[in-house]
Design a protein around this ligand. Structure first.
Ligand SMILES: [Zn+2]
Length: 222
């Protein structure tokens, strides 16, 4: 075992119908499927369940780490893996807000003397792939067709519509990026998400992550 995949997620609101652990659960599903396809060369580390989610703190239940805390925890996990002999670490991210961790990869790699990379798993999808498989054409979006389809495919207990009456709710969304998108995302989730789409998206992401990790193991990654 020379490589590890570290899933990073979040605990944050995912509209009214998805569980707050969605980003963690989805990154873990992709990581596990990728690692299985590379068995026995790759281990999946315990996922980081809380990320950088300051932008959703107005929703009760959202938990957030300061960026420097998030970076420090990620580093310490990577160092732990290194001490167990891991030479390549692929951080498989499931939450867009964690993106700044990407900027820490050169420092992580240099300090640890091993190869550490960061990618959000939806980097697997080309524009054409998204257009072909998602009717909304919007990916990753937030708690919309894509994420809801993944939940329906891999952990359906995390998606539910019982008691969800979006039109009866009054939301006061402060985040300017999401204020206008929240309703379209909700209706896309409700009307367009299917487990079949979720399976296609999970398989594509897992294959892509496996290819990335394989190239790290082969020393051929760019
Ligand atoms: Zn999400």
């Amino acid at each position: 075992m020379k490589a590890a995949i570290l899933p990073t997620g979040s605990t944050e609101q995912h509209n009214e119908h998805l569980a707050m652990e969605h980003d963690t659960a989805s990154a873990l599903v992709v990581a596990e499927q990728a690692a299985l396809s590379l068995f026995p060369d790759v281990v999946v580390a315990t996922p980081m369940p809380v990320g950088i989610s300051e932008h959703w703190m107005e929703w009760k239940g959202t938990l957030s780490l300061r960026p420097e805390t998030f970076f420090s925890v990620a580093f310490d996990i990577c160092e732990s893996l290194k001490r167990h002999g891991v030479e390549h670490i692929f951080i498989c991210n499931g939450h867009a807000g964690n993106g700044p961790l990407r900027n820490e990869m050169a420092a992580f790699s240099e300090k640890l003397g091993i190869d550490v990379r960061f990618h959000s798993y939806w980097e697997a999808y080309s524009k054409e792939f998204v257009a072909e498989h998602l009717e909304s054409g919007d990916c990753p979006a937030h708690a919309a067709e894509f994420e809801t389809s993944m939940a329906l495919a891999a952990f359906p207990g995390n998606a539910h519509w019982d008691g969800v009456d979006y039109d009866a709710e009054t939301f006061d969304i402060q985040n300017e990026n999401y204020r206008d998108k929240d309703a379209p995302y909700h209706y896309a989730a409700r009307d367009l998400a299917t487990p079949g789409k979720g399976r296609i998206m999970i398989d594509e992401a897992s294959n892509w992550v496996a290819g990335q990790v394989r190239s790290m193991l082969d020393g051929s990654a760019a």
